[in-house]
Write a protein that binds this ligand. Structure first.
Ligand code: IYR
Length: 225
């Protein structure tokens, strides 16, 4: 293939307008049922399902198509225990030892979160998402990457959507700092841990904070000009 070669857009599907309307509505109905869950069942989830969701994430657009992401998928009880121990250590400093400002803690009080993170051991899979400063369109390249946080954010969004679509619950966990993930996941120092995505079945009787169900109406998030 030559550098500027193009291919026909062969897999695009156009829908009649009426079908577009129902498809848009159906997607909205599906995605609005996604809630961040903090109580996970320990029921196993087959790795192949996670793989397929990761393939979907890997189709995300990215700066120069460098795909500047790495997904370290943690499933072993030993490694999950290690992650929990390190994360809870950081969270204790955050919640109980003054690392978080009063304003921040106040903003979180409506969620009821604290330093206790049992889901890091109970959920079957922890997906540590890393952002790569350098890389390229093929593995092993070491060119500068562009729009890295944007690209990794979009891929993470695709992944959350794919996992939800498959019927799995997710939690975007961000212990701060989380460089301990580089060590546990054996990732190079120039990769930045971006989000620790917890996934699995919700625990029976899992709840969600009322605060999290307040979504801004369209008129508060959109302007047509
Ligand atoms: N990382 C902490 C604190 C936390 C921060 C924000 I911003 C949240 O929306 C939720 C939690 C924790 O996971 O508890």
């Amino acid at each position: 293939m030559q550098p500027h070669d193009n291919l026909p857009l062969s897999d695009y599907i156009e829908y009649p307008e009426a079908e577009m309307r129902t498809r848009a509505q159906d997607f909205y109905n599906e995605i609005k049922r996604r809630h961040t869950v903090r109580e996970f069942s320990d029921r196993p989830v087959p790795r192949e399902i996670i793989d397929t969701c990761l393939r979907a994430a890997g189709t995300a657009p990215s700066g120069a198509n460098h795909q500047p992401w790495h997904f370290a998928v943690i499933g072993s009880p030993e490694m999950k225990a290690q992650v929990r121990e390190k994360a809870e250590q950081e969270e204790r400093a955050f919640y109980n030892e003054g690392r978080a400002s009063d304003e921040w803690l106040d903003a979180l009080s409506v969620l009821g979160t604290d330093a206790h993170k049992p889901y890091l051991e109970s959920a079957p899979w922890l997906i540590a998402i890393f952002a790569q400063r350098r890389g390229g369109v093929e593995a092993g390249m070491s060119r500068k990457n562009y729009y890295v946080p944007e690209s990794v954010g979009i891929a993470t969004g695709f992944l959350i959507g794919a996992l939800h679509h498959a019927g799995l619950a997710t939690l975007t966990h961000t212990p701060k700092p989380m460089n301990f993930l580089n060590e546990i996941c054996d990732r190079p120092a120039d990769e930045r841990p971006y989000i620790l995505l917890v996934t699995g079945y919700p625990a029976e009787g899992a709840t969600i904070p009322v605060h999290a169900t307040i979504k801004k109406p369209l008129e508060d998030i959109v302007s047509y000009l």
